[in-house]
Design a protein around this ligand. Structure first.
Ligand code: IVH
Length: 749
């Protein structure tokens, strides 16, 4: 997203505003990731923002917000869920990937226990369910608490949600007085598909896979939502117990089944590695038809006394191991290569595949990234896949790594049809025929059609209504697509959304009479649109979908300019400078190339300066101001300015703005405080209030309270008995006030 200014250079105002923006962005990122499984930020970007937040909080501790993202554990929203300390830690499992590692596992255990190679040693083998683990605590046969694993020691209290799951008994008869049952919450393939269909129907976010759907559903703050989601539970382990369940693992699982828990029917007893591997093969064979996701087989020593002797390493038991399935791979044929055009015009190639099952999921598309990737090169021109290119008609090996879009791992050249042609990447946009241009240094080719291009227009609209942007209830991607192609009531630009109701009123065929609509749904949609007519400046900027202008950059711009009028004026003024910037970039690239060819050092500065010569001073000032904003570099600035300069784009923006009431970036409460942003030091005795109170008041007014005097100190408040600090302040020429003068200064605020 953006390159941020040093935290040390931030004013209080800027820090507070940035913390507010970060809190909102990170909270939603958590929500997107966990509750909706629609992550919008990369993990790296999420971590970066989180670090930035922590840095600002460290520099301005008094500005730390009640809803600070730092108070959330990992990426999980702990807000709203209380914490639960597990009476016994919830551990994870060591992994093995092949037969040899399983014989090694058996060998290690025998060695540890001092058993010979032929001594009998039994294991259980059962599917490893791909869900999330849950610990259920029963006291006196009653379910009293349900907790997620969390970090293994402390999890989240999800009791109310767990009570809505049918597979989890509320009461037990004949159970130990204290019993913690552990197992996996998961969602079946069928329930997952139905849930996603319902979500899509409602214009809500869909989930990428059953595990994320299960996790998102269990961690809902509103148990009513969890209740509406079809979650299931398999019991496979236990935590604290008032009395043993059985003498063996299998016996304990059977006991749990007898108490009313669902246990996995593919749990088998195996005498040694050969039988374990045979059962693994059986489970793998049934994997695609189980109806739920599993990602391996778990082996556990059956004798609980031996389990006890074996005990644990730091985070995993010695007596169990997970034998993971290999990465999911399959061979299939490429039937076609299609080009999809995105919001910013990027042409993305997609392989249309003869449908093939990859780990239980039918795959018919794979991403091909960009033209270099198809040609067998990476972005630096180095060979990938041994330099093999990808052609229509090729047999390719596809894989599904976790939840992402399938990718192509390999090409079988021996099966390439004789007439297969190297793929020619289009140089015009397949959607609108405009030139598709690949800028130097960019891996991606882009349609230059802007809003003329229907694909870009639709994608832009989808972005416009997305969360973080206008977030209009009932107007999701599906509805946008529908309205875009509607000739009676078209929505082809953002402004059209806000004229929808008025236009509908003039139509003979009213929206309310259409298939799939009705009085209520039409009225609700119009109301939801109306509600968004008032929009905060930064949401508007983000919603415009300008390349490189993500939520953080949008917030930076809003904060800096304060109002739409100021922003638009500055961007217009900076127009000629952005053109120069692009020219300068090209001139520098040419000079570099020429220098390399001529074997001399490149002369960058004179070449660059020459391009900027004679630029009018207002443009230069506006450009310097724009690119001087913390977090806005030349790339963002150029993208912003050029999008405002595009006539169709500009017309669309102006029409939109005319429909809206834009709420300006709120000025921080401390803006008119006389001490905002100042560094103050209290020394000596205060007589009218305690030191703690003085500090709190100063901080509430936006001052930074420091313990030591330096050249950076603005004011020293010196009470009776002030010593070296007051002296140092005097030496440095820092303003010194007594307590009354200080109170007079901040009086009335
Ligand atoms: S036994 C002390 N059995 O896999 C070991 N875990 O990668 C307790 N899991 O955290 C775990 N199916 O969430 C066990 N049949 C199974 C399992 C299983 C899925 C999960 C569990 C655990 C993770 C470790």
């Amino acid at each position: 997203m953006t390159e941020a200014r040093n935290v040390g250079d931030l004013s209080e105002e800027a820090a507070a505003a940035e913390l507010a923006a970060l809190a909102e962005i990170l909270l939603r990122a958590n929500q997107d990731y966990h509750a909706d499984d629609a992550p919008q930020l990369s993990d790296a970007e999420y971590d970066r923002l989180k670090r930035r937040n922590a840095e600002i909080e460290a520099a301005f501790p008094h500005l730390k917000r009640a809803d600070s993202p730092s108070d959330r554990v990992g990426a999980a929203p702990s807000e709203g869920f209380s914490k639960v300390s597990h009476a016994q830690r919830m551990l994870s499992l060591g992994n093995a990937f092949d037969a040899e590692e399983i014989t090694d596992f058996d060998g290690r255990i025998r060695k540890y226990l001092g058993l010979g190679p032929n001594a009998p040693l039994r294991y259980t083998a059962e599917p490893k369910i791909d869900g999330l683990s849950l610990s259920l605590r029963y006291e006196g046969g009653k379910l009293v608490q349900a907790a997620t694993r969390g970090d293994g020691s402390v999890g989240e209290n999800v009791t109310a949600n767990a009570r809505t799951i049918d597979d989890i008994p509320q009461t037990l008869t004949g159970a130990p007085d204290l019993l913690e049952v552990r197992g996996e919450v998961y969602m079946s393939h069928a329930d997952f598909a139905a849930l996603n269909a319902r979500q899509a129907e409602a214009g809500a976010k869909t989930f990428a896979n059953p595990r994320n759907a299960a996790a998102g559903s269990l961690r809902q703050l509103d148990p009513a939502i969890t209740r509406a989601r079809p979650l299931r539970f398999f019991a496979y382990a236990w935590g604290a117990l008032s009395e043993p369940l059985a003498e063996t693992q299998k016996g304990a699982i059977d006991r749990l089944a007898a108490l009313g828990f669902k246990t996995n029917p593919l749990t088998a007893l195996c005498d040694g590695p050969d039988e374990m591997l045979a059962h693994y093969a059986r489970i793998e064979q049934q994997r695609a038809s189980l109806g739920y996701d599993i990602d391996g087989v778990v082996y556990k020593v059956d004798d609980l006394a031996l389990q006890h002797r074996l005990g644990f390493r730091a985070t995993t038991p010695r007596w169990a191991i997970a034998h993971k399935f290999p990465a999911e791979l399959a061979w299939t044929r490429i039937e076609a290569i299609d080009i999809q055009v995105g919001r910013t015009g990027a042409l993305s190639p997609v392989a249309r595949l003869a449908p093939v099952t990859v780990g239980g999921v039918v795959v018919s598309n794979a991403t091909l990234h960009n033209e270099d990737y198809i040609a067998g090169r990476d972005s630096n021109g180095n060979a990938i896949r041994g330099g093999k290119d990808i052609r229509v008609g090729d047999w390719v090996q596809v894989y599904r790594a976790g939840d992402v879009i399938p990718k192509v791992a390999d090409v079988d050249l021996s099966k390439r049809p004789d007439d297969a042609q190297p793929y020619r990447f289009p140089e015009t946009c397949p959607e609108c025929g405009s030139a598709a241009i690949r800028e130097e240094g960019d891996a991606v080719r882009r349609c230059s059609g802007g809003l003329i291009c229907p694909a870009q227009a639709v994608e832009k609209l989808k972005h416009f209504v997305s969360r973080g942007a206008f977030d209009i209830e009932g107007l999701g991607a599906k509805q946008v697509e529908m309205f875009y192609h509607d000739d009676q009531l078209p929505v082809r630009t953002p402004a059209d959304i806000f004229t929808l109701e008025a236009r509908d009123a003039k139509n003979l065929t009213k929206l309310a009479n259409r298939d799939g609509w009705g009085e209520t749904s039409a009225r609700n949609l119009f109301a939801a649109i109306e509600e968004r007519r008032r929009v905060p400046l930064r949401r508007l900027i983000f919603a415009l979908g300008i390349r490189h202008v993500g939520e953080v950059a949008a917030a930076d711009l809003a904060r800096h300019y304060g109002s739409w009028t100021a922003l638009a004026k500055a961007v217009d003024l900076a127009g000629p400078a952005a053109t120069r910037q692009l020219q300068a970039d090209r001139a520098v690239a040419r000079e570099r190339q020429a220098a390399a060819q001529e074997g001399r050092r490149a002369r960058i500065k004179p070449v660059r300066d020459a391009v900027w010569e004679g630029l009018d001073s207002a443009a230069l000032a506006a450009w310097t101001d724009l690119t001087g904003i913390d977090g806005i570099g030349a790339t963002v600035a150029v993208a912003l300015v050029t999008s405002f300069q595009q006539p169709a784009e500009r017309e669309s923006i102006d029409a939109l703005v005319a429909e809206l009431t834009i709420t300006d970036a709120a000025a921080p409460a401390t803006a008119d405080s006389p001490v905002a942003g100042k560094t103050v030091v209290f020394t000596g005795t205060l007589e009218k209030m305690t030191r703690a109170e003085a500090k709190a008041r100063a901080e509430a007014l936006g001052a930074k309270v420091s313990g030591s005097v330096s050249a950076k100190t603005d004011i020293v408040i010196a009470g009776p008995g002030a010593g070296s600090k007051a002296k140092k302040a005097a030496d440095l020429g820092v303003q010194i006030l007594d307590e009354d003068a200080w109170l007079a200064l901040i009086d009335g605020t």
